[in-house]
Design a binder for this molecule. Structure first.
Ligand SMILES: [Zn+2]
Length: 322
């Protein structure tokens, strides 16, 4: 199996459940050894993913308020680089992030493989989310921003997905990518016990460099990076912790403790840190499209989120505003 980032050979590194996690001999990218069935997306992101706890959510729809707020922040973040315009949200689920983008002045649409979530977005939120996969998406228009929040690591073939994303991004447009950072301190401390190793939902574990390399293949340049400040509900936090500790000897003591946590409290995810690092200055002659990459850094409260994410708005060579 070749590395999906650099093409070098990979070797079996360790197992997670019934899956081998392979490591690239050259760039150290981690990838699940996985033969995707034709119904992989349909079965992995079925209703149970959004409601059954497990790898996904205990009750995704109850996260509405927090997720809309996150979307609003993404929208505001991106207006540092571009006038609010037309956004395309990949893996839009019930449309909450997109709704938040809209509250920040953006307009646009999204795509989501789970039919019920997409329908919820359309009928309950009035947000245009189509049912489908990015890889088979065709648009007769281009977007100012393609938003890929915690999506890239789920693709069987990230390069194929990014190819479509690039095709629907206008020249000078942006990508915002957020994904788990294999090089975060938490990931390194926990090694193979890092809780983001969760195939077959998550299939790739990137470094910031790996994501930048993939993006550069499509003419994007990194513009900035930082770590997202987020909140999740107590209910979601408990669900995540229970799932992630399923096979751990820490399961009993920790899950006993977290029962004390109320469902309706909002918790930092990961804990709040300082502002993202300022974007890199643009250079003359750079490609039309640029990537911003807020880099995951460490956090101290590992019981909540045993990974960090990095956020990568990719965008134009325009000098960031404000
Ligand atoms: Zn590699």
């Amino acid at each position: 199996m070749k590395c999906p980032v650099c093409g070098a050979s990979t070797r079996r590194h360790f197992t997670h459940g019934s899956y081998w996690i392979r490591a690239c001999d050259d760039c150290s990218h981690k990838v699940a050894e996985f033969a995707a069935a034709a119904d992989h997306v349909a079965t992995t992101y079925d209703d149970d993913y959004f409601e059954g706890g497990a790898a996904g959510y205990q009750d995704y729809l109850s996260e509405a308020e927090i997720l809309i707020e996150h979307g609003r922040r993404y929208g505001q973040l991106m207006t540092n680089y571009s006038k609010a315009g037309k956004v395309f949200d990949v893996g839009a689920a019930a449309g909450f992030l997109l709704k938040g983008y809209m509250q920040a002045g953006w307009y646009g649409e999204g795509i989501e493989p789970n039919a019920r979530m997409a329908e919820y977005a359309r009928t309950r939120l009035g947000v245009p989310v189509a049912t489908g996969n990015l890889e088979s998406f065709h648009a007769d228009t281009v977007f100012d921003l393609v938003s890929m929040i915690q999506i890239l690591a789920h693709f069987v073939d990230p390069r194929a997905a990014l190819k479509v994303a690039a095709s629907i991004t206008r020249p000078g447009g942006f990508w915002l990518v957020e994904t788990w950072n294999r090089e975060s301190l938490t990931a390194r401390l926990f090694g193979k016990r890092w809780h983001e190793y969760s195939p077959p939902s998550v299939l790739h574990w990137f470094s910031p460099k790996g994501v930048s390399k993939l993006a550069s293949e499509f003419g994007f340049r990194e513009l900035g990076r930082g770590r997202p400040n987020k909140w999740i509900s107590g209910r979601h936090a408990k669900s995540l912790i229970r799932y992630r500790l399923e096979n751990s000897h820490l399961n009993w003591p920790i899950t006993s403790l977290i029962r004390l946590l109320p469902d309706r409290v909002n918790l930092p995810y990961p804990p709040k840190a300082g502002p993202p690092s300022p974007p890199l200055p643009s250079s003359p002659g750079c490609p039309a499209k640029v990537i911003i990459c807020p880099l995951g850094v460490t956090h101290r409260r590992i019981w909540l989120k045993l990974s960090e994410m990095k956020t990568l708005p990719f965008g134009s060579a325009a000098t960031p505003r404000g």
